[in-house]
Ligand binder design. Structure first.
Ligand code: IMP
Ligand code: MG
Length: 337
């Protein structure tokens, strides 16, 4: 039996979706349940030539044998969920905790219409901030109050506990990234909730003693969307010249790009209780690493980068993503003693 949390270590968009999808195929969890804020998250998973983008459904959906759950702490937008259930064909295996907060059209209008949220903070306009605020005021609807969600309702913490008691594997996926945590990030340029591993456990109703592993995903070249401080940010001229250009999954805004931030990685690993780290985008450190699937075939330059990153993080790097496609990954978790 094992319960693993996968979270983002920088400002989001570290490639958690891809790491979750790989770990799911390798570890065969019976449940993949997501925590995090809500549909402000955008995950991209590329399988073969097909790229999927999800905002509500757990990014582990590409592993077809798992039950997919949305934990109690998460905000659900019934319209986004319905669209994804339809387009991804996950009906029958997707469940929503009955206590999830619900995003209404009014929350979206308030998010988009707020100069503070939409302009100063650069929110995603998905209604999450106002919905979490209403939830704290105890006036937001819950999933069990919404007829469209009736067929998906579940006691997610109980389902996870039952699976763990039977000796099964469960994956808990986080969204957003450490740097935009309401508690630990660059306040006020943050999202409307904590994003660290403890929060992801709480979002799913899983007590801290039940967590076996926390995999923190770091991007070799971190990115940030929206406003706020970014220590290692580089100019677009420089990142363009390096061939790194990224756009947000939800908002399509151009992502700001930075260099490796060892200090932030160390602090993030500490608060997340990191036991293992994943590094994505090693092909940006050295193009020759694109698609490599064996550690021994990485270049000297890439290995030197990983050695430094591992020192900064203070935990072993056991997953190395070498490209966007789900099979472009090196998994050396077995070599951990
Ligand atoms: P909100 O979460 O929509 O309120 O946006 C607050 C800040 O968090 C903005 O800078 C967003 O760009 C950022 N943000 C929210 N969700 C994500 C995410 O999933 N990835 C990256 N940035 C995000
Ligand atoms: Mg994203």
């Amino acid at each position: 039996m094992s319960c693993t949390i996968i979270v983002g270590g920088f400002f989001g968009d570290e490639g958690k979706g891809k790491v979750v999808a790989h770990v799911a195929h390798a570890d065969k969890p019976v449940i993949i349940s997501r925590g995090g804020v809500g549909p402000n998250a955008g995950h991209t998973v590329q399988v073969g030539n097909h790229e999927y983008s999800v905002r509500m459904v757990p990014s582990g959906f590409v592993y077809k044998k798992a039950k997919l759950c949305i934990g109690s702490g998460v905000l659900v937008d019934p319209r986004v969920l319905a669209y994804e259930i339809e387009t991804l064909g996950v009906k029958g295996r997707i469940f929503v905790d009955k206590r999830c907060g619900v995003i209404t059209e009014d929350h979206i209008a308030r998010d988009k219409g707020s100069a503070h949220l939409a302009k100063k903070i650069g929110s995603t306009g998905s209604g999450c901030g106002p919905a979490n605020s209403d939830r704290v005021m105890r006036v937001a609807p819950q999933a069990k109050d919404v007829p469209e969600l009736a067929e998906y309702l579940l006691d997610v913490p109980k389902a996870i506990d039952d699976a763990l008691k039977k000796g099964k594997t469960v994956l808990l996926e986080g969204t957003q990234g450490f740097g935009i945590s309401l508690y630990f990030g660059t306040y006020p340029f943050v999202t409307s909730k904590d994003t660290s591993a403890s929060q992801i456990a709480a979002d799913n109703g899983v007590g801290p003693t039940k967590i076996d592993d926390v995999i923190v995903v770091f991007k070799a070249y971190p990115t940030r969307v929206g406003e706020g401080p970014f220590n290692t940010e580089m100019s677009f001229a420089k990142s363009d010249a390096m061939g790194i250009q990224e756009f947000g999954t939800v908002t399509h805004r151009k992502r700001r790009i930075g260099g490796w931030d060892g200090g932030m990685a160390k602090y993030s690993a500490m608060i997340n209780g990191c036991t293992q780290a994943a590094i994505t985008g090693i092909d940006h450190v050295d193009k020759a690493c694109l698609g490599v699937t064996e550690y021994g075939k990485l270049t000297k330059k890439a290995k030197a980068f990983l050695k430094q990153a591992e020192e900064d993080i203070g935990s072993p790097i056991t997953l190395i993503s070498t490209g966007p496609e789900i099979t472009q990954i090196i998994d050396i978790r077995d070599e951990l003693v």
